[in-house]
Structure formats: structure tokens, C-alpha cells
Design a protein around this ligand. Structure first.
Ligand SMILES: NC(=O)c1ccc[n+]([C@@H]2O[C@H](COP(=O)([O-])OP(=O)(O)OC[C@H]3O[C@@H](n4cnc5c(N)ncnc54)[C@H](O)[C@@H]3O)[C@@H](O)[C@H]2O)c1
Length: 259
């Protein structure tokens, strides 16, 4: 299936690592131009070099996404460099363990800014360009929005917000033929996941226990598998799909618990 993404300029927040990088790799395969927006001055240049080796064009803009001014400047830079935006993938975030018991006002609101506010701001600043291109938005989300996890109120609330904004924007943007969907992730081995698993006394045992509970093939989802679904949802091959929460999780969230 030709996804017809050749030459399309796609903004991917947090695109230099983990799931975001998997998405950029998939986009390069399709001839699209991924634009990495993030703060990491080590991983971004490395990712750009690696992706360029695959023979495609790649862009980037540095931004601490929890700072609104950075979001605005990043979008302005992208428009200066490329003139258009055909898609936005809101992906950057962190499971920052702000619990109900130990959290406070500052920690909770900081978590919301790290995980949700920039989803809104990036979509807001990209919107005029997306209206011109009739582009698409994909929000990456987490199973914690529907299952909870315990000890991570800010992250779970932000992910509930990501789901709600997906539906809300799908409605608001109907007149512009801008489609908005979410890809919900459960267990994908990335630098963020590695950090989280290391918080357990026996990380290897914990990882084994989690993998055993993933119905399809008892394994983690790969970033490439998430990238493929994201590429499809950005493309015109999904031209009548909007407002959907697509769980790319090997059945982890919804299949029978007795499996
Ligand atoms: N890994 C999983 O199993 C999993 C599960 C559910 C949801 N998710 C979601 O997927 C998304 C990506 O997760 P990942 O596991 O690839 O993470 P990761 O830490 O491996 O990569 C995230 C990237 O985003 C960047 N980033 C994060 N916050 C930023 C900020 N405020 N400003 C600028 N850059 C920022 C980081 O520097 C990093 O490059 C997150 O939103 C997370 O909620 C991941």
C-alpha cells in the first residue's frame, strides 16, 4: 500500500529517542520528512545523522516543550525551514511518578505541563499550517489513561487528557478535513521504559512478569510497530478515520484477563 507520504513534512515531538524515533524511521521509509522537536542536544543531532543515512530529508527544532515560548519558536522555525506542515505527532512525555500521597500542587501541575499542555500548544501553533495542508494529527497516549497504574496521578491525568483532546479536536477540526487520532501504547521498550523498570528491586523479573501478560506473542510492542500505525493514520489511506483511540498493545489493555 502506498501511503503517499512522499515529501510530507511531519513534526514529531520527542522524535530522537524511543517511540518518537521509531516513528521518524518509519516516516523516512515512506519518503516523508520527519521534523524532530525536542530538548536533547546529544540525541537529536545523532538521530538526524542516522535518519539522513537512510537517504531522506530530516529537520529539527530544539524546544523544552513544557515552555510555551519554545513551542511557538519551534513551529516558526519549522515553517521558515520547510514552508509547510503536513502532520503533527504529539509524542514527548515522561511517566514522572507524581503520586496522590506524595505529590503536591507544584509536582502535579508540572507533570501536566510535561505531558499534556504542550500537546495543546503544539497543535495550536501548527493549526494554521495544518488548515492549509489539510494535514493530520496523531497523539501518542498511554494505557494508564484507562487502566491506571498507581503512584502516577499527573501522568495518568495527562493521558486521560490526551484521549479527550483527540476526540475534541477531531470534532473541532471537521470543517477543515483535519483528522485527529490517538495511538495508545502499553508496553514498549524505550529509554523511558528502561528508566521505569529500573525502579523495581528486580527489574529483570518484573520485565519477565509483564511480558508474560501481553496476550499477543508474550512480548513488548516495538517502536517500529507503533511507527507503522502512526504513518497509516497520518496518510490518506486512513482518509475516513478520525477521533479514534487505536491501541497498539498486543491486546494488553482489552483482551480477556484469564489469557
Ligand atoms: N514506552 C512505553 O511503554 C510507553 C507506554 C505508554 C505511553 N508511552 C508514551 O510514549 C511517549 C514517548 O515515550 P518513550 O517511551 O518513547 O519516551 P523516551 O523517554 O524514550 O523518549 C521521549 C523523548 O521525548 C523527549 N522529551 C520528553 N519530554 C520533553 C520535553 N518536555 N521537552 C522536550 N523534549 C522532551 C525526550 O528528551 C526523549 O527524546 C510518551 O508520551 C509516553 O507517555 C510510552
Amino acid at each position: 500500500m502506498d501511503l503517499e507520504l512522499e515529501g510530507k513534512v511531519i513534526v514529531v515531538t520527542g522524535g530522537s529517542k524511543g517511540i518518537g524515533y521509531g516513528i521518524c524511521e518509519r516516516l523516512i521509509q515512506e519518503g516523508a520528512i520527519p521534523i524532530i522537536v525536542g530538548r536533547n542536544k546529544e540525541s537529536i543531532p545523532k538521530a538526524v545523522v542516522e535518519l539522513k543515512k537512510r537517504g531522506g530529508r530530516v529537520g529539527y527544532a530544539y524546544a523544552e516543550l513544557s515552555d510555551d515560548k519554545h513551542c511557538k519558536l519551534a513551529v516558526e522555525k519549522i515553517l521558515q525551514d520547510f514552508g509547510t506542515i503536513d502532520g503533527l505527532v504529539n509524542n514527548a512525555g515522561i511517566n514522572d511518578s507524581v503520586s496522590l500521597a506524595e505529590g503536591n500542587f507544584e509536582k502535579f501541575t508540572r507533570s501536566i505541563h510535561r505531558n499534556l499542555t504542550h500537546y495543546f500548544m503544539m497543535a495550536h501553533y501548527c493549526l494554521p499550517a495544518l488548515k492549509k495542508s489539510k494535514g493530520a494529527i496523531v497523539n501518542i497516549g498511554s494505557k494508564t489513561s484507562v487502566t491506571g497504574q498507581g503512584g502516577t496521578s499527573g501522568y495518568a491525568a495527562a493521558n486521560g487528557g490526551r484521549n479527550a483532546l483527540t476526540r475534541e479536536w477531531a470534532v473541532e477540526l471537521l470543517p477543515f478535513s483535519i483528522r485527529v487520532n490517538a495511538v495508545i501504547v502499553a508496553e514498549c521498550y524505550t529509554p523511558l521504559y528502561e528508566k521505569w523498570i529500573q525502579t523495581f528491586p528486580n527489574p529483570e523479573e518484573k520485565l519477565r512478569q509483564i511480558q508474560e501478560k501481553i496476550p499477543l506473542e508474550k512480548r513488548m510492542t516495538t517502536a517500529a510497530e507503533i511507527g507503522s500505525t502512526v504513518a497509516f493514520l497520518l496518510s490518506n489511506q486512513s482518509s475516513h478515520t478520525t477521533g479514534q483511540l487505536v491501541f497498539v498493545d498486543g491486546g494488553y489493555t482489552h483482551l480477556d484477563r484469564s489469557l
